[in-house]
Design a protein around this ligand. Structure first.
Ligand code: ATP
Length: 287
């Protein structure tokens, strides 16, 4: 018998910041999600992956409040938010970006970031636009501080007054992340953050995602197709196929899971996929 008994509180894992329990979602006859469950640990980077049509976007939309599940629950910091409208979830600290950039393209980078902040405070974007014109002084101060920190962090100072439409794709994605950060979230949901990016843009974004977690203490939940990035960045990977969780765990374990390999390849060449996954992970790690 050991001299000192282990302290159960110290040994207990931290409570999850986000809990997804048995989510089910259907579109007519199509079951987009069936009994999906997983947890997101505070301070982690968790990735949801899966082949096309697996249910990743449906899951993201259900967690962020754009879809109401047929069954199951979503808990944020222990609170049941399943029926809470999306803006209220954002106000609680659950912010997201979108697969297809959802910025106001005619507006400047800075105004988009400001709107992120005010969309958070106000019930809709039109209120937010009105509010921009009559922002209170003290609040403006605080807001400016947050904005400056974000602009500095994401290295977008040189484009702050540029219209979003004039920017290359990679920078637009970065601005979208800036807008989500302006909501000062505790959990940041990123929908395909590096989709369509070249290698350099991808590496930049990967660095920002790590820094958001490490320097800002924001928990990250992302959907991403880029295997190299997922395997390199994530602490926990959840794999969906046909609306169900077929595997979850540490990247290395998930990567080696035969069911995951089958899901991605069907009856194809398993060895080739293994090589590709390993290669991608190695390349990303070397970058
Ligand atoms: N609005 C919708 N109406 C009807 N069916 C939908 C809708 N959205 C998704 N689906 C269906 O639900 C299933 C899951 O789709 P979802 O877009 O969530 O998958 P995904 O994993 O995000 O795919 P991708 O990687 O291609 O973005 C698919 O069969 C899809 O056709």
């Amino acid at each position: 018998m050991p001299d000192i008994l282990p302290n159960p509180a110290a040994a207990a894992p931290p409570s999850p910041v986000l809990q997804v329990e048995s989510l089910t979602l259907a579109f007519g006859g199509v079951r987009a999600l069936s009994g999906v469950g997983f947890e997101v640990a505070p301070g982690s980077i968790t990735a949801v992956i899966g082949p096309n049509g697996a249910g990743k976007t449906s899951l993201f939309n259900t967690i962020s409040g754009f879809y109401r599940p047929g069954a199951g629950r979503v808990l944020f910091e222990g609170r049941d938010i399943t029926t809470l409208p999306a803006p209220q979830r954002a106000r609680l600290g659950l912010a997201r970006s979108f697969q297809n950039i959802a910025l106001f393209r005619g507006m400047t980078v800075l105004d988009n970031i400001k709107l992120g902040r005010h969309a958070h405070l106000r019930s809709n974007v039109f209120d937010a636009l009105l509010y921009l014109g009559r922002a209170r002084r003290e609040e403006a101060e605080l807001r400016r501080e947050v904005e400056e920190r974000i602009i500095d962090f994401l290295e977008i100072d040189h484009i702050r007054h540029a219209p979003v439409s004039a920017l290359p794709y990679g920078l637009q994605k970065r601005v979208e992340m800036a807008r989500a950060l302006a909501m000062q979230p505790r959990v940041l949901m990123l929908d395909e953050p590096v989709a369509g990016m070249n290698r350099e843009e991808t590496e930049d974004m990967a660095r920002f995602i790590l820094d958001v977690r490490d320097e800002w203490g924001v928990t990250v939940l992302m959907v991403e197709h880029d295997m190299g990035m997922v395997m390199d960045l994530s602490d926990h990977v959840v794999v969906l196929n046909f609306g169900q969780v077929i595997a979850q765990g540490a990247p290395a374990a998930v990567q080696a899971d035969p069911e995951v390999i089958r899901a991605y390849l069907g009856a194809g060449d398993v060895a080739a996929l293994r090589d590709r996954l390993r290669g991608a992970a190695t390349t990303a790690a070397q970058a």
